[in-house]
Design a protein around this ligand. Structure first.
Ligand code: F6P
Length: 595
């Protein structure tokens, strides 16, 4: 409470700020857990919302210029298009179908300067506690750093500790896969059930889905099964355990906190499934854990030797490159494939921290999203991979983006005068085309990310067909972006002799922005690149908006109310206490449920 009011206090009282900046008040500063750099920032007046800056006002003004353009015309300017097509380490990002001209990009870069974007990126890689409300560093990039890299957190290099865990996963996954680690009845463990939710599930599922059909990975996974159990719904338990045999199953409990209600109930349920068949001693051979809370892992009954740690500087939704994702994926595909995934992510990390902003892919992607959300009034974004193996990209990015940037106050706790975050959704093409694309073409304006792959993981070329299956898929990838940009005019429809009554229905306004990301192939390496591209893009958006993209207080209220319902449900069931304290609606529905 003091921190919240203190931000208003700083606004009005520069003498108070002077006191806090003075050496004498270090204990007070510590007690308030306000990092030094924040106090300096407040002193320099940096806490005013970005919307009050000249750069923001300039962009607001610039919207009028853009409103006078149409992508149909903008796309004729080859110099403009050339400027907006960027490339790094095999990835092509085409921003030419964004509603921008050269000036727009300049003005967005001014906004980035105003928001001190470069400093924020540096602070992240320097281990500054930029997640201020939790007083933590944000160092998921360190999870994929090469062995010889130095990344400091609170004065010590974290990379050796990262590699200790990676080496342990390498050895353990090899033991399981080679059959030198056997289950309690002497059988090899061919199946893995990973129990976790949110960031302890969505990232690993995304990468697993992307690797599953890649020939090298598929070969490495022969004879093995990887299942995920996330929802506390008993249906999900049944689905995850279907046809599995306790004797050949390894259970991985994945939870950063090791307190998440759903995960812990599922963990107890599956532990009972194991022990009822194999006895209590089987736990040491059939259950391992991934967590930052090794004390609770031990209390659950898992040998600390069978626990894989990570650190509080890894946010849940940014944890797929920690043991959270690396362990289940290494068990399924072998560590060497997963290492390539980490290398791909690092390639983008390195680019992000060192490339100039004007050619920095995550920065440009983030700026385009800010432009679309905050200036062109488009609060949603469609993520449309033309690749079935990327089917779980959108659900993962939903958490990365919406949990990070769906905030209402600035870093200083001041309510923001503009909306942040965006509504992410998506499906692979061409499936989405037969579902929600109608709305995107003729209904609301939804900026789209089209993601295409040059060389498919699989090839099907039927004799007698003009193009391969993959070519057919990619024809749609290329066509959709232009259909959105150009649209279809009345004149074109008249020339096609479309009956007058149908013309309004068949017209497409066009001028609908999209961007295209073209990857050379879909391998563990490029999956890592794609992941890091989106992770950093989301951070860029958050830094521009001036929010904390690394906390998630908004998920707490529902959780605590569920706790209240749980207590009362239990009391009502055991007839120790009737329901009380709920509103009419909840009491009625709860009573019906209990009856
Ligand atoms: O409820 C949201 C959340 O805290 C996410 O941020 C996190 O990824 C998920 O729950 C799971 O948390 P844990 O890994 O601690 O079980």
């Amino acid at each position: 409470a003091f921190r919240l009011s203190s931000s208003c206090f700083f606004h009005s009282s520069s003498s108070s700020l002077r006191i806090l900046r003075s050496r004498a008040d270090q204990p007070l500063r510590r007690a308030l857990s306000i990092p030094h750099h924040r106090i300096e920032a407040m002193a320099s007046g940096q806490h005013a919302p970005i919307s009050e800056s000249a750069a923001w006002a300039d962009l607001k003004q610039h919207v009028k210029t853009i409103e006078g353009t149409h992508l149909r015309n903008l796309m004729q300017d080859n110099n403009r298009c050339e400027e907006l097509i960027k490339e790094y380490d095999g990835i092509v990002v085409d921003l030419s179908r964004q509603r921008v001209i050269h000036d727009t990009v300049d003005k967005l870069l001014n906004l980035a300067e105003e928001a001190k974007l470069k400093e924020k990126i540096d602070q992240m890689f320097d281990g500054v506690h930029i997640n201020e409300t939790e007083n933590r560093s944000v160092l998921h990039a360190a999870l994929r750093a090469p062995r010889d890299e130095v990344i400091n957190c609170d004065g010590h290099n974290v990379v050796p500790a990262v590699w200790d865990v990676l080496d342990k996963i390498d050895a353990f996954s090899d033991q399981i896969r080679s059959g030198s680690w056997l289950g309690s009845t002497g059988k090899p463990l061919t199946d893995v059930v990973a129990i976790g939710i949110g960031g302890s599930f969505l990232g690993p599922l995304f990468v697993h889905t992307a690797m599953q059909t890649e020939p090298g990975c598929a070969q490495a996974a022969k004879g093995r099964r990887l299942r995920f159990l996330a929802n506390v719904d008993p249906i999900d338990v049944a689905r995850a355990l279907l046809d599995l045999n306790q004797e050949t199953t390894l259970v991985v409990i994945v939870s950063k906190t090791f307190t998440t209600a759903e995960t812990m109930l599922n963990a107890r349920t599956v532990r009972t499934w194991i022990t009822s068949a194999l006895g209590v001693e089987a736990v040491s051979k059939h259950m391992v854990a991934v967590s930052t809370n090794l004390k609770l892992v031990k209390e659950f009954g898992i040998d600390p030797a069978n626990a894989f740690g990570f650190w509080d500087w890894v946010g849940g939704r940014y944890s797929v490159c920690s043991a959270v994702g690396v362990l289940p994926l290494a068990l399924q595909y072998g560590f060497s494939h997963v290492k390539k995934f980490l290398q791909g992510a690092w390639s983008i990390d390195d680019h992000f921290r060192s490339a100039p902003l004007e050619s920095n892919l995550p920065v440009l992607l983030g700026l385009m999203s800010v432009w679309n959300v905050s200036f062109l009034g488009c609060p949603a974004r469609a993520i449309l991979p033309y690749c079935q193996a990327l089917a779980k990209l959108a659900p993962h990015i939903q958490q990365v983006s919406m949990e990070s940037n769906g905030k209402g106050v600035s870093l200083d706790g001041v309510p923001l005068p503009f909306g942040t975050g965006e509504i992410d959704f998506g499906e692979p093409g061409t499936n989405g085309q037969h579902s929600f694309y109608q709305l995107i073409h003729q209904g609301r304006v939804i900026p789209c990310d089209f993601i295409g792959i040059i060389k498919s993981q699989q090839s099907v070329y039927l004799k007698g067909e003009q193009v391969s299956n993959h070519d057919e898929l990619m024809c749609n990838f290329f066509a959709q972006a232009d259909a959105l940009a150009y649209g279809k005019t009345r004149e074109e429809l008249v020339a096609e002799k479309v009956p007058e009554a149908l013309i309004p229905h068949k017209m497409f306004s066009g001028n609908r922005q999209s961007l295209s990301i073209l990857l050379p192939n879909l391998t563990p390496y490029t999956v890592g690149q794609l992941l890091a591209l989106y992770e950093h893009r989301v951070a860029v958006q958050g830094w521009i908006w001036g929010i904390n993209s690394f906390d998630q207080w908004g998920v707490e209220l529902g959780k605590s109310l569920a706790g209240k319902v749980r207590t009362q449900m239990n009391a009502a069931r055991t007839k120790t206490q009737p329901l009380s304290g709920f509103n009419y609606s909840t009491t009625t529905l709860l009573t019906r449920y209990l009856q």
